[in-house]
Design a protein around this ligand. Structure first.
Ligand SMILES: NC(=O)c1ccc[n+]([C@@H]2O[C@H](COP(=O)([O-])OP(=O)(O)OC[C@H]3O[C@@H](n4cnc5c(N)ncnc54)[C@H](O)[C@@H]3O)[C@@H](O)[C@H]2O)c1
Length: 320
């Protein structure tokens, strides 16, 4: 039997922060593709029963270089996906912890690649790299970036280091600026767009929702299946195709909580929503409303499949 695809079916992959909102689904997707034993999940806590049962797991702190190197050597890891981080809302409460986690875990992985102990790195950035002075609509790939949150500062710095390690040391690091991600398998981990998941959970449970950002707050969003597909696609691409080595803008849809409420009412007519903005409103206000991702489309063929209507249908069906 010949190879079914052009990717190496036997490579070993390590996911750091595998038990989080993205890591859980990414691990399952990678295991389906490369085989359960080839994909090592790791985190500082255990994950869902489905994740834990599906393949190898290591308790591993991504900021501990020695422990990380041991796992990489033990499993002969070729690719690392660094999903461990402190997210935007939590990082405002613990700035130094966020900085230390977000930066040190990245340096550890970049240095392993620089020393040729691993071959390829995926590290996610975020729309949080933009700030209040960035053009809000159709935000370009290259534009003013003056993030006003601890999280955004760490992601912006991380992007510069990724680009530097690529140019200076030839490190094959690939990155996407994820928008707010919507999924039902694993709860979100303290970001500003968590409302876009909670709204569906509460719509089913209570028929109503109290939203922590205002009704007209329009943000770039994406359904998890699209985010996973984008992640696999950028990692599959030939190295020459990846011309942006900081991080790619990535988009699928943009909407406000009011748009979400209208979409939910198509399925749950009595659904009601009220608005009690808290400290997360200021974070949301500093971010773009929509993103120009034409470079990702052009360089590695990105195209989303989920709009709001399809997302709502998937979320309500699966959460029930
Ligand atoms: N979810 C989103 O909407 C979104 C949007 C943009 C970017 N991102 C980025 O994607 C990545 C994953 O995000 P997520 O939503 O899955 O986050 P999450 O908070 O759901 O998961 C992060 C995981 O990292 C683990 N972790 C924390 N400290 C660790 C450490 N020292 N060592 C190892 N693991 C540790 C946590 O236990 C958790 O399971 C992050 O870099 C985040 O900034 C997420």
């Amino acid at each position: 039997m010949g190879p079914i695809n052009n990717y190496n079916m036997h490579k070993s992959i390590l996911i750091l922060g595998a038990c989080g909102q993205i890591g859980t689904e990414l691990t399952l997707a990678l295991r389906e593709r490369y085989g359960n034993q080839q994909v090592i999940a790791s985190d500082i806590r255990e994950g869902s029963a489905q994740l834990m049962a599906s393949g190898p797991f290591e308790m591993l702190d991504a900021t501990n270089y020695g422990a990380l190197e041991d796992v990489v050597m033990h499993y002969e890891i070729e690719e690392v996906y660094l999903m461990a981080a402190m997210l935007s809302a939590t990082a405002e409460k613990f700035p130094m912890r966020a900085w230390n986690l977000n930066m040190n875990s990245l340096f550890n992985v970049l240095n392993l690649a620089k020393d040729k102990k691993i071959g390829k790195v995926f590290w996610p950035s975020s729309i949080a790299v933009f700030g209040p002075n960035t053009p809000k609509e159709n935000t370009p790939q290259h534009t003013i970036m003056e993030p006003s949150t601890v999280y955004g500062v760490s992601k912006q710095s991380g992007e510069r280091w990724c680009d530097y390690y690529h140019k200076k040391f030839g490190v094959d690091v690939r990155s996407i600026r994820y928008p707010g991600l919507i999924s039902w398998k694993t709860a979100p981990g303290g970001g500003t767009t968590d409302f876009a998941v909670d709204i569906y959970i509460q719509a089913i449970k209570e028929g109503k929702y109290s939203c922590f950002v205002s009704e007209e707050t329009r943000l770039p969003m994406m359904y998890m299946d699209d985010a996973i597909r984008a992640t696999l696609a950028i990692m599959d691409a030939d190295a020459e195709q990846i011309r942006v080595r900081s991080s790619y803008n990535l988009a699928a849809m943009s909407f406000s909580p009011a748009d979400m409420a209208a979409s939910i009412r198509e399925h749950i007519p009595g659904f009601s929503i009220d608005y009690e903005p808290d400290f997360r409103q200021a974070i949301a206000d500093s971010w773009p409303s929509s993103i120009d991702d034409s470079e990702a489309q052009k360089d590695w063929g990105w195209s989303p499949e989920f709009d709001l209507e399809k997302t709502t249908r998937e979320m309500l069906t699966n959460l029930k």
